[in-house]
Design a protein around this ligand. Structure first.
Ligand SMILES: NC(=O)c1ccc[n+]([C@@H]2O[C@H](COP(=O)([O-])OP(=O)(O)OC[C@H]3O[C@@H](n4cnc5c(N)ncnc54)[C@H](O)[C@@H]3O)[C@@H](O)[C@H]2O)c1
Ligand SMILES: O=C(O)C[C@H](O)C(=O)O
Length: 332
């Protein structure tokens, strides 16, 4: 089957389309890297009015690629129009963190964006809508978005921690002198922030337990902080927040959610907790998940060591504080 005989196009809404991540993301979605080579896409791009012109410039380039799978592209500055009929929504548009800023600084600045978009998704998106929030603070922004979409199951509102997952895979592969494809069953728990817990307790490298291949000191003193603070490292070295790697991770998050995780592996997604692993229900926390048939499932029954418990609890406490913060601001 080729693009011309395939099913109806899937409407994909991308916010922040004129930004750095948007520029690294849109061409790959349009090429079929997210939904596969047989699924046409209709792209709805949302921007603030002052950036619509720049987004239209990106559209010119998208058209110049002559991607066979693109069934149409529209640019909007009105969320109600941009989310109309959307099956997939990648909420990227937000103000990024600059040097020296913590994510908490962004809560008030970005929170308002997500309440408006949640309402628009509630009112106009397709029944099968799946949402990933990329804009920071991503977990709490997903919480805000879901809170304003009461007619849609909260489980459809997720946040991006696949970037942290990929960073952790790359660090573990480098340390063990293997390729990234040898690494399985890594997990990111908690918040997409410096408190996150990249966990290799259950990971394997070429089928061997990762914990037998690396030292505990390295895990605690190098691996965890390196992964958890990688966003700040990129900002310091690059002079701007990660863009192409974030776009790649957002695409992978959606690709795996729609197409399923491979047998014998997991991904990490921040999802509204169902109470698993003692994470209070409703808190949007990262977990190891498997996906199949367009649904995800938190990996059940993992043994959690005392060390892991304290790391997970610390990050979840931060998420609860963020939730209290946005509640105090009237955003949920
Ligand atoms: N979760 C992650 O792993 C991760 C990784 C990297 C970056 N981020 C976050 O992603 C976000 C975007 O980063 P970027 O580098 O692309 O930033 P950017 O400043 O280059 O682009 C952001 C774009 O969003 C647009 N925008 C702002 N408000 C909007 C709104 N209400 N509706 C639609 N568009 C809006 C801006 O006009 C801008 O074009 C930031 O919040 C950044 O911190 C998250
Ligand atoms: O850390 C940031 O502010 C950007 C992003 O969330 C990242 O992890 O690279």
């Amino acid at each position: 089957m080729n693009a011309h005989t395939a099913a109806a196009p899937v409407t994909v809404t991308v916010t922040g389309a004129a930004g750095q991540i948007g520029y690294a993301l849109l061409f790959r979605i349009a090429s079929g890297a997210m939904l596969g080579p047989e699924v046409p896409v209709k792209l709805n791009l949302l921007e603030v009015p002052q950036a619509v012109h720049a987004a239209e410039g990106t559209v010119l380039e998208l058209l110049d690629c002559a991607f066979e799978l693109v069934a149409g592209i529209d640019v909007y500055d009105n969320p109600a129009h941009a989310f109309d009929g959307a099956s997939l929504a990648l909420l990227v548009g937000a103000k990024p963190r600059g040097p020296g800023m913590e994510r908490a600084d962004l809560l008030a600045a970005n929170g308002g964006i997500f309440s408006v978009q949640g309402r628009a998704i509630n009112d106009g998106a397709a029944d099968d809508i799946k949402v990933v929030v990329v804009g920071n603070p991503a977990n709490t922004n997903a919480l805000i978005t879901a809170a304003h979409a009461p007619d849609i199951p909260a489980s459809r509102f997720t946040a991006l921690t696949r970037l942290d997952h990929d960073r952790a895979v790359a660090q573990l592969a480098a340390r063990t002198g293997t390729g990234v494809s040898a690494v399985r069953k890594l997990a990111i728990w908690g918040n997409h922030s410096a408190t996150q817990y990249p966990d290799i307790s259950h990971a394997t490298v070429d089928g061997r337990p990762a914990t037998e291949l690396v030292e505990q000191d390295w895990i605690r003193d190098e691996f965890i902080p390196r992964v958890a603070k990688r966003g700040a490292e990129v900002i310091a070295v690059r002079g701007g927040s990660s863009a192409a790697s974030a776009a790649n991770a957002a695409l992978e998050h959606m690709r795996l959610w729609v197409q399923g995780t491979p047998e014998g592996d997991w991904t990490s997604m921040a999802v509204p907790s169902d109470g698993s692993y003692g994470v209070p229900e409703g808190v949007v926390s990262s977990f190891p998940v498997t996906t199949s048939g367009g649904s995800y499932k938190i990996v059940p029954g993992l043994e959690i060591s005392d060390f892991s418990r304290s790391r997970i609890d610390a990050s979840v406490t931060e998420l609860q504080e963020e939730r209290d913060g946005v509640r105090a601001l009237g955003l949920i």
